[in-house]
Write a protein that binds this ligand. Structure first.
Ligand SMILES: [Zn+2]
Length: 449
C-alpha cells in the first residue's frame, strides 16, 4: 500500500485466544462449569469465591483437553508442567491472584497450517497453557454487577507468534481453531457466549525514506464476533498509519497500550497502558504439585487425534469423490463425519458415496435418530420403489451437463473425478432417487456423444 509520506507498511499481528473448556466441573473445585444462562452467583463455593483456608484441586479432564489441543496444534508437550499465581488486583478476581501457568506451560512451539482463500497460511504457536476464568462483570451506568458463576471455569490460552499480516488471515485462523476444538470435543467455542475470546496485538513495520520503523504495540480487547475481529483490526491498522504520519511515534521497549473495540462507533478506544509481565509477580502455586506427563501418556493422546478435520476433508474428496463444499460440511463435526463413513461402509458400493453425502446434507438427516444402517436401508428401498422414469432422468442429466460445461470438458480430458461430480449433481437434483446403474450408463452415453 502507498501513502502520502510513508512509502510502505506491513501489519505485524499476534493473537492471544482464550477458550473455555467443556468440562463438568470448574478448574479447581467441584462447582458446575456449565454456567451459561444460570441465575447469577448460584454456582459458587469457598474455593471459587477465594475464601481463606481452601485448597484448589486441579481438574484432570481440563489438563488432558489442553494436552490434546497442544498436540493438535503440533506443539511439544512439556514433560514437567506447573501452575503459578498471577497477582493482580481487580474485583473479578476474588483471591487477588489468578491460578495460571508462567514458565512451564503444558504445550509450546507449535504450528498450524490452514486455508485462507486461494492459499495456505502457517502460524507458529508460542504456547498453550491452562488457567481459570475470572468472574463476569456487567457495567450498568454507575453500577457494576458481578457474577461469580464464571470464576474458576477452565480456560485455555493459546498465544501465537506475531505472524499474521491481515485481518483476513486472523479470521480464517479463528474459524479453523473453532472447528478444531469442536472436532476435539473440548469446547463449543461460541464467541457470542464468550466461550472463545481473542486479543490481537497489532503494530506496523513502516518503511519511510529507506528506513524501517515500528509503530507502538496495541492490544485490542472487547471483541466478541468474527466480524468484529476483522473490523477492529482493519480500523486499528488505519489508525496506526494516521498516527505515525502525524506524530512519528515509534515502539518503546516493554510498552504496550490496550484499546477496546467499540462497536457503536466502529473504532478502538484507549483503555490503559499495559503492565509488564513482571508486574504480575508470578510465583509457583504452592498448593498444587507440579504435573508430570509421561511419553506413554502423550502417545495415547496422539492416538486419540489421529485424523484432524482438514486431513479428513481432503481424504473424503480424494477417496469418495465428493465435492469440497460437501466434504467441508461433513467434517464440521466428528460425529457427522463418522456417520457418513459408517453409511458408506454399510452400503458396500451399492450406493454412491456422493449420493449418501447429498442425502445427509440436503435432507438434513437427524443423525441422532436415524442410524447409518437405517439410512442405507431407506436409500435402497427408494432406489427400487421410486425410481425416476427413463425419460425424466435423461432430461435431468442433459440439464446437469448443460449447467456444468467445465466438468464435461474435464471428463473428456480424462479426469474421472468429473464423472463422480456429475453423478453427485444429478443425485442432488433427483433428491437421491435416481437408479445409480442407470444413471451412470446414461451419463457416460451422453458424455461421449
Ligand atoms: Zn466452586
Amino acid at each position: 500500500m502507498r501513502l502520502s509520506k510513508i512509502t510502505k507498511f506491513k501489519p505485524i499481528i499476534g493473537l492471544e485466544v482464550h477458550i473455555e473448556l467443556k468440562t463438568k466441573s470448574k478448574m479447581f473445585c467441584s462447582c458446575s462449569a456449565d454456567y451459561f444462562g444460570k441465575p447469577p452467583n448460584t454456582l459458587t463455593c469457598p474455593v471459587c469465591l477465594g475464601l481463606p483456608g481452601v485448597l484448589p484441586v486441579p481438574n484432570k479432564k481440563a489438563i488432558e483437553q489442553t494436552i490434546i489441543l497442544g498436540l493438535a496444534l503440533n506443539c511439544k508437550i512439556s514433560p514437567l508442567s506447573k501452575f503459578d499465581r498471577k497477582n493482580y488486583f481487580y474485583p473479578d478476581l476474588p483471591k487477588g491472584y489468578q491460578i495460571s501457568q508462567y514458565d512451564l506451560p503444558l504445550a509450546t512451539d507449535g504450528k498450524l497450517k490452514f486455508q485462507v482463500p486461494s492459499s495456505k497460511f502457517q502460524v507458529k504457536i508460542r504456547r498453550v497453557h491452562l488457567e481459570e476464568d475470572t468472574a463476569k462483570m456487567t457495567h450498568l451506568g454507575n453500577f457494576t454487577l458481578i457474577d461469580f458463576n464464571r470464576a474458576g471455569v477452565p480456560l485455555v490460552e493459546i498465544v501465537t507468534e506475531p505472524d499474521f499480516e491481515s485481518s483476513n488471515q486472523i479470521e480464517e485462523f479463528l474459524k479453523y481453531l473453532q472447528r478444531l476444538v469442536r472436532w476435539l470435543g473440548i469446547s463449543q467455542a461460541d464467541m457470542e457466549k464468550g466461550q472463545m475470546r481473542c486479543e490481537p496485538t497489532v503494530n506496523l513495520e513502516v518503511m519511510k525514506n529507506g528506513k524501517i520503523y515500528y509503530t507502538p504495540l496495541v492490544e485490542l480487547k472487547n471483541i466478541n464476533s468474527f466480524r468484529f475481529v476483522r473490523k477492529a483490526i482493519d480500523w486499528e491498522i488505519k489508525r496506526q498509519v494516521d498516527e505515525f504520519e502525524k506524530t512519528g511515534r515509534i515502539k518503546e521497549k516493554g510498552n504496550k497500550t490496550t484499546r477496546g473495540w467499540d462497536e457503536k462507533t466502529g473504532t478502538t478506544v484507549l483503555q490503559r497502558e499495559k503492565e509488564e509481565a513482571s508486574d504480575y509477580r508470578y510465583f509457583p502455586e504452592p498448593d498444587i504439585p507440579p504435573i508430570k506427563i509421561t511419553k506413554f501418556q502423550i502417545s495415547n493422546f496422539k492416538f486419540q487425534i489421529s485424523e484432524l478435520p482438514q486431513e479428513r476433508m481432503a481424504r473424503f474428496i480424494k477417496e469418495y469423490g465428493i465435492s469440497e463444499y460437501n466434504a467441508r460440511i461433513l467434517t464440521e463435526e466428528k460425529k457427522l463425519a463418522d456417520y457418513f463413513e459408517e453409511a458408506v461402509r454399510e452400503a458396500k458400493e451399492t450406493l454412491e458415496p456422493t449420493a449418501i453425502a447429498n442425502i445427509i446434507i440436503n435432507k438434513k438427516v437427524d443423525i441422532s435418530k436415524v442410524s447409518p444402517v437405517e439410512l442405507v436401508k431407506i436409500l435402497r428401498q427408494k432406489q427400487t420403489t421410486t425410481k425416476i422414469g427413463g425419460n425424466d432422468l435423461e432430461k435431468i442429466v442433459l440439464e446437469v451437463l448443460k449447467e456444468n460445461q467445465k466438468a464435461v470438458e474435464d471428463y473428456k480430458k480424462g479426469k474421472t473425478n468429473a464423472l463422480q461430480f456429475l453423478i453427485g449433481q444429478v443425485m442432488a437434483k433427483t433428491r437421491g432417487q435416481a437408479n445409480l446403474g442407470e444413471l451412470k450408463e446414461k451419463l457416460i452415453k451422453l458424455l461421449v456423444n
